[in-house]
Design a protein around this ligand. Sequence first.
Ligand code: 2M8
Length: 461
Amino acid sequence: MDQQKLYKKAKAVLKKNDLGTWTQPASGLYPHQWLWDSCFIAIGLRHIDPERAKDEIRSILGGQWKNGMIPHIIFSDAKGYHAGPWLWNSHVSPNAPSHVQTTGITQPPILGEAIVRIGEILPSAERIAWYEEVFEPLLRYHEWLYRERDPKGTGLVTVVHPWETGMDNTPPWMEILRKKAGINGLLLLEKIGLGRFIDLFRQDTHDVPAEERMSTHDLYAVYKIVRQLHQLEYDNSKILKKQKVLVQDLAFNSILQKANSHLKDIASELDKPLPKNLLRSMSKVSGALENCWDEKSNNYYSLDYCTGKPIKVPSIATLLPIYGDKLNKEKLDCLLEHLNPLSDFSSPFGIPSAPVSSKFFNAHRYWQGPVWINMNWLLIQGLRSNGCHKEAAELKNNTLNLVEKAGMYEYFSPLDGSPAGICDFSWTAALVLDLLTEDSGQEGHAASSRDAPNHLEHAMI
Ligand code: 2M8
């Protein structure tokens, strides 16, 4: 593999999408700032320019709501996004900021990971200053998550919109969405092959073919939930009482579990105590995630908040507890079996977002099958921290080979590695950059980007 060439390409994509103090995921389709995209982007950017990586995070924090929520999108002035500010009208909430327009929901809380990854490459005094700067807003975000999304203290926060998972049309969510918020007329039109006419009204299919995005029915059901959240003024006490589509989402809570441990590390490095209520919530997470384990199928599942029952529809989420924490050997072995050749999640290109055997599986359709680089990256980290270094190295190799051959696309077929979605996608570039940089042996060292790995040095200039 020509690592230097790949590095240069990744860097060029980040440059192309750089809008000064924040980065758009891709021009055209995604012209605003997304929460978890920017976190992944900062993880890559730290190797090129740590100050710029900090700006990416500062910009996200600039959209924080008065109650502590960090919104999933901060809108720029760009027009043409299919779910722009007009859909959200988030100012109906007294908590929305007045200086920027944002959505009224959040996204996977990967923020702690990004903050620590930036801290990791800074000299100690700079790291402390960085942590001092971001500690309060990060703490307020975690407090908001547990206070407003887990008021009963179960240890699992509730996710109120599929966009909060970042895996928009992931099978478990579409299963309950179709049952509880389906738009029957549209479903019928799609079944009799007339869905293509409605596709004509979609803005998100201008840059990417409709068959690589959500189905029209699912998209309109997702818009419908936004309308309902708006009617409830994005007030979580009302939402948890009145909404029907509410999920204690496995992927979201696994990511939060890891972010909790990052928050604890930051607090301890700053020698600051965490509030007792928050510590109590955090202490329940491991046990609560174990309640998501299904003995029969040896899988973790999300729970339907309204019924307390597991949503037994497999997706890549079942593997994310590997990222969340160290698992006991028995469970880890069960999950690793999914990655064995011939099993459901096995692919030479990474981990499919839905297993090949799923009734939802479609190699090119968004979060219903394709391989995503951020998922590969999370699982590489999780496999390492669970001591599975061989599996992590293999997944990393597959990831880099895939992007080298197919390009900096948004997602890829797990069957043949063909690219799909938008090209020049920022988090693909950023995470490739991260994986390449650690390859050079610089990983985890308190070195600045100026100590660039030798063989990548030219690409960084
Ligand atoms: C996709 O989601 C947005 C809505 O948030 C969309 O389809 O318009 C998802 O892949 C999400 O995870 C990602 O953050 C966003 C921007 O890349 O695009």
